[in-house]
Design a protein around this ligand. Structure first.
Ligand SMILES: NC(=O)c1ccc[n+]([C@@H]2O[C@H](COP(=O)([O-])OP(=O)(O)OC[C@H]3O[C@@H](n4cnc5c(N)ncnc54)[C@H](OP(=O)(O)O)[C@@H]3O)[C@@H](O)[C@H]2O)c1
Length: 262
């Protein structure tokens, strides 16, 4: 069956933080759907092989080093991506990270680092994305977190930054509606990635049954599929929204369990 409303083939997609985890899955899923992708991380040694894998599968991928905390890097990445791919249609602001600590132990440096990576990186990339997408019918997808919707102990800095990303998404959707730019947000629950294994010490086998309705951790591809939908024509009347994917229907934070901080 032909379903052109879900088609992203031929679109040019930029994804930040795509050397592993959710960003890698988003890049590979868009590429498998026929889109061309431009991807970055702080290390070409880490993000280059992802582009090579996409190309080996017959896709089109451009990779470069870019630290989303640096304005010059971001501007250079967008310019190179637009040049390589022949313009940009879709931007996914995925790069992010955190460390877990009780609020009283978070130093000025620690607070600034987490807020600047998550919120500052999204601010910077969205602002530069606007130069390429406004008036062109493009779309932006910001990756927030359930921690931006519900409190999680030990994640005050990260939760505050992710909550701000949700509000930034809403504001940009309003400001850029007349420029034909849709701006949406995804708030994942716990998803199995190298970052989660490293930061939270959680792996799939170690997941307790807990009150998680679906009784399992999410997979990066399950976030990637949602990103492709939000970027597709099927989502043409959706802007300023945050879509949660956490495997549990009721209010609550699927990430707040078992961190030893409750
Ligand atoms: N996994 C989850 O459970 C979960 C839940 C909710 C929200 N999220 C959000 O989803 C996004 C991806 O999470 P993940 O779990 O896939 O993370 P991850 O496994 O730690 O991967 C993070 C990616 O971002 C890149 N990155 C980190 N700092 C960067 C910087 N300054 N500039 C450019 N790239 C940078 C990393 O590449 P390099 O190290 O090579 O630079 C890596 O590719 C993040 O925004 C995270 O907050 C994740």
């Amino acid at each position: 069956m032909d379903a052109p409303e879900f088609d992203v083939a031929g679109r040019n997609v930029l994804v930040t933080g795509a050397s592993q985890g959710i960003g890698e899955a988003i890049a590979k899923t868009f590429a498998a759907a026929g889109a061309s992708v431009a991807i970055c991380s702080r290390s070409m040694d880490r993000v280059g092989p992802v582009a090579e894998e996409i190309e080996a599968e017959g896709g089109t991928a451009f990779a470069t080093e870019c630290d989303v905390r640096e304005r010059d890097d971001v501007e250079a990445f967008f310019a190179a991506a637009a040049e390589e791919l022949g313009g940009l249609d879709i931007v996914v602001n995925n790069a992010g990270g955190e460390f877990v600590a009780p609020f009283e132990d978070i130093s000025e440096n620690g607070w600034d680092a987490v807020v600047d990576l998550n919120l500052g990186g999204t601010y910077r990339c969205a602002q530069v994305a606007g130069e390429y997408l406004r008036g062109e019918g493009g779309t932006i997808i910001n990756i927030a977190s359930v921690n931006g919707q519900h409190p999680a102990p030990g994640e005050s800095h990260y939760g505050a930054a992710k909550a701000a990303i949700i509000r930034l998404t809403e504001t940009l959707a309003v400001e850029w509606a007349d420029d034909e730019v849709r701006v949406n947000c995804i708030a994942p629950g716990l998803v199995q990635t190298p970052g989660v294994a490293e930061t939270l010490g959680i792996d799939e086998e170690a997941m307790p049954p807990r009150e998680q309705t679906m009784r399992r951790i999410g997979h990066p591809e399950e976030i990637a599929d949602l990103a492709v939908f939000l970027a597709s024509p099927a989502a043409s009347f959706i802007t300023g929204e945050t879509y949660t994917a956490k495997g549990v229907p009721r209010p609550g934070n699927s990430m707040s369990h078992d961190l030893g901080l409750q």
